[in-house]
Structures are given as structure tokens and as C-alpha cells.
Design a protein around this ligand. Structure first.
Ligand code: TRP
Length: 453
């Protein structure tokens, strides 16, 4: 095992880590998935539940992942081995690494669509937005090269290293993202009729809440913060002991939540102003929004801006997915960072091809393939890796940190760089991470699995 801890890379600054980790968290999950899940689950009441999940479940769990990563200075497999070597717990680390490859494989497909849609305004479609989108994602000669480009960007950032690649790219890309979002929000809320969208989004009606809505909120919160597969173990492993994990982690959660909330503010006023339906599902961003843009002044410009920001957000997330796997090969084998990034990235591209073909490109991958109540390769992959595996990973990792490694050891790690973390705050965190998190996460998992059998 190559354990050159002394030479291990580190973030160059606190803001660098915060932006990179926020970049991992902020992605298609915030801008594409959060609005359509909110739309499907009734609007403002869902948003309130989502915020409760972030504060009471995800935040305590995020600290657990960061503490484990910084303590071991390792990838998820190495981090677990450092505490419980040669036990079945190592399989949890392996699950993290595998989940990274598989989520990246289909996430890269959707990211490729977003990338392609930047230029879509230039080729003004003759058909309606729905037909155009359906033919766009069905064409293998469009989607496979787009996914390939996206993987190339991702690989080149990861290959350049933690500080020179990931941190540097995040420092440039994240501020651009924020500015672009503000531009689109401004256009959206100043449309005539935007008020109905604000009402739907901001005025809760709790009669719409049931168990399914709570599970949807919790699942979305985990995915959005990049939790459950060791991404935050890996990013935490590049932090120095002087860093205050509670403050930095708090910023990451704050930024991620703020961007999700802003994404809703960008989308719902426009959807309502244009008389569209907010519960349109995954097509909300790719079909409804282009229709909205098409019908408004400066629409093709705003459209290009919007899909640019979606691509940027996706890129800093694909970087983190690849980094988890690359960190494993760099720590545990003799492979260099460059070699690992290119080999893992190339392999992931190949695994992504069936997902790219599953939106009409191949009848087999689109319609015939069915598993766990899902139809089509991409949906099956998202169900297995983006839902069940993340929930399982989060459950096992929270048990590992609080019961196997031990809450006391985790608290000692968190206290390095955070002297004020004592007394009541410690007691509250221990209670959440030992009991509340595992219980709630077990509930998502059972809910998800029962939902499909
Ligand atoms: N959080 C990202 C998003 O919202 C996606 C993502 C990146 C992710 N890395 C992850 C999700 C690790 C789960 C685990 O789009």
C-alpha cells in the first residue's frame, strides 16, 4: 500500500475547500432535480421539509463524513481500513467507490444534454420544445459525443490535481455560476404573472404532505449535499488539522441550500408566468424552460446563460464523483493521478454509453430493459446507485462513524480546529449522529425499497 501521507495533496486555502465541496454539492441535483421534485411534491410545504432534513439529518451526517476523511487522510476504502482493517466494513468503502463510477456514468449523460443545450438556441428548432428534446436525446451521434466532451473536461480537471485542478476550477466557476443565476432570476421574477409562481413556491400548504413527500425530501437532501458515497470523506481528507470542520461544512450546506432555493426562484415564477405546469417532472428544465425562454424577450440569450450555468454546476459535481474513485487508485495502488483519472474516466465513459442510448437511441436500452419497477438503463442505474446505494452507504457510514469508530473519537477529530465544540453542542451532535441519522436513513431505504416491490 502506498501510504505517502507526508506528500499527500491538500487544499490551498479554506475558501478553496469550501468552494470545491460546495461545487460538488451544487449540481444537476440543485438546478434540475430540486425544482421538478418540488413541483411534483406540491411546492412550498416540500421546501420546508427539505430544509428540516438538511438541518437535522444531513448536517450532522456531513460532519461525520468530514471527520472520518480528515482523520484518516484517505479515500473511503483507506479511511475505513485505517480504523477497521480486514473486516467486512471495507466493503462499505468499496461500495462508495463503485457508486462513484456508476453515478458518474449516467450523470455525465444528463450533463452532456445541458452542455448541448447551450448551443441549442443557435439552431432554433422548427418543432415544439417537447418534440425537439425527445429527438435530441434520442440521437446517439449527439448525446455520446456530448457526454464524451463532458468527461474530457472532468478528467482534465481531476488529472491536474486537488489544488491546481479542482480548487482552481471551482474558484473561477462557482462565482460565475452565482452571477448567472441572479441574471436568470431577475428575468424570471420580472415577467408579468410571476406572482403565482412565487405563491406556489413560498406559501406552504401542509395538507399536501404525506410519508412519500418526507422521503422525497430526505432523499433529495442527501443527493444534493453529495452524501452517502464518501465524496465528503475524500474532500475532507485533503484538509489540514487546523481547519474548523464545523464552520467549513456549515458553509458548504449553506451554499448548497441557497443555490437550490435560488433555482426554484429562477424556475417557478417563469413557469407560472407562461401558464405552464410545475409538476412536469424531469422535463421541467429541458422542455418547459426552453418554451418559457422561447416566448419571452431576450429568450435565446437567457436560455444560453441558463444552460451554461447548469453545465458549470454539473462539472464541479462530476469532478467530485471522479475524484472519489481516483483518490482510491492514487492512495491504494501505484498508479499516478493522471493515469488513474484517464483510465477511470475512460472506463466510466464506456459504462455511460448504454445510459446515453436509453432515451430513444436503442429500443433495447430504452424500453425493453426493466428492473425494480424502472424502465430504461438510465432510470435503472439512477434507482440502484443514485437512490438505494446512497441511502445504504449513508446508513452504514453513519453507523460506522458513530458506533464502530466511535462518537468520542469523531468528536475529538471535530474538536481539532474547533475549540468551541464542547458541552451541549457535542451532546446534541452525538445524539443526532448515533440515533436520529441512522433511523431516518433506514426509513428512506425501507421506503424506497418497499416502494418498488
Ligand atoms: N450533489 C450533486 C448534485 O446535486 C451530485 C453529486 C456529486 C453527488 N457528487 C455526489 C451525489 C456524491 C451523491 C454523492 O448534483
Amino acid at each position: 500500500m502506498a501510504t505517502a501521507t507526508a506528500d499527500r495533496e491538500q487544499w490551498g486555502s479554506r475558501i478553496g475547500f469550501v468552494l470545491a465541496a460546495a461545487g460538488s454539492a451544487i449540481g444537476l441535483g440543485n438546478i434540475w432535480r430540486f425544482p421538478y421534485i418540488t413541483g411534483e411534491n406540491g411546492g412550498a410545504a416540500f421546501v420546508v421539509l427539505y430544509l428540516l432534513c438538511i438541518a437535522f439529518i444531513c448536517l450532522p451526517y456531513l460532519f461525520a463524513e468530514l471527520a472520518l476523511g480528515r482523520n484518516s487522510q484517505k479515500n473511503p476504502v483507506g479511511a475505513i481500513a485505517a480504523i477497521k482493517a480486514r473486516t467486512p466494513w471495507m466493503l462499505v468503502g468499496a461500495l462508495c467507490v463503485l457508486t462513484g463510477v456508476f453515478i458518474l456514468s449516467y450523470y455525465g449523460v444528463v450533463a452532456g444534454w445541458a452542455f448541448g443545450y447551450i448551443f441549442k438556441g443557435l439552431v432554433a428548432p422548427a418543432t415544439d420544445a417537447g418534440t425537439y428534446f425527445a429527438s435530441f436525446i434520442a440521437d446517439p451521434w449527439t448525446v455520446i459525443p456530448l457526454m464524451g466532451f463532458f468527461m474530457l473536461f472532468t478528467i482534465s480537471i481531476v488529472a491536474s490535481g486537488v489544488e491546481q485542478g479542482i480548487e482552481r476550477a471551482s474558484k473561477v466557476l462557482m462565482p460565475i455560476l452565482l452571477v448567472l443565476i441572479l441574471v436568470v432570476i431577475f428575468r424570471s421574477v420580472t415577467l408579468p404573472g410571476a406572482g403565482a409562481g412565487l405563491e406556489f413556491y413560498l406559501n406552504p400548504d401542509f395538507s399536501k404532505v404525506d410519508g412519500g413527500v418526507v422521503l422525497a425530501a430526505l432523499g433529495q437532501a442527501f443527493f444534493s449535499l453529495s452524501l452517502g458515497m464518501g465524496a465528503m470523506i475524500t474532500y475532507g481528507s485533503y484538509l489540514p488539522k487546523s481547519e474548523n470542520l464545523l464552520v467549513s461544512g456549515g458553509y458548504v450546506a449553506l451554499f448548497d441550500t441557497a443555490i437550490a432555493l435560488l433555482a426554484g426562484l429562477m424556475i417557478f415564477p417563469a413557469v407560472f408566468a407562461m401558464g405552464q405546469n410545475p409538476s412536469e417532472g424531469p422535463a421541467l428544465v429541458f422542455v418547459i424552460l426552453p418554451e418559457v425562454f422561447g416566448a419571452m424577450p431576450l429568450g435565446s440569450f437567457v436560455g444560453a446563460v441558463f444552460f451554461t450555468l447548469l453545465s458549470i454546476a454539473a462539472l464541479t459535481s462530476t469532478v467530485s464523483l471522479l475524484e472519489v474513485v481516483v483518490s482510491y487508485f492514487v492512495d491504494e495502488t501505484s498508479w499516478s493521478r493522471k493515469k488513474s483519472a484517464w483510465l477511470v474516466g475512460g472506463f466510466t465513459f464506456l459504462v455511460g454509453v448504454p445510459s446515453a442510448l436509453s432515451q430513444g437511441g436503442s429500443d433495447f436500452f430504452t424500453n425493453q430493459l426493466q428492473l425494480f419497477g424502472q424502465t430504461g438503463f438510465l432510470n435503472i442505474m439512477d434507482y440502484i446507485w443514485g437512490n438505494v446505494s446512497l441511502a445504504l452507504g449513508a446508513l452504514l457510514l453513519s453507523i460506522f462513524v458513530s458506533w464502530v469508530w466511535g462518537a468520542d473519537a469523531a468528536v475529538r477529530e471535530l474538536q481539532q480546529g474547533a475549540d468551541g465544540f464542547t458541552g451541549m453542542a457535542v451532546a446534541v451532535w452525538r445524539f443526532f449522529v448515533k440515533y436520529v441519522c441512522p433511523l431516518f436513513i433506514a426509513a428512506i431505504l425501507v421506503g424506497k425499497v418497499l416502494g418498488t416491490i
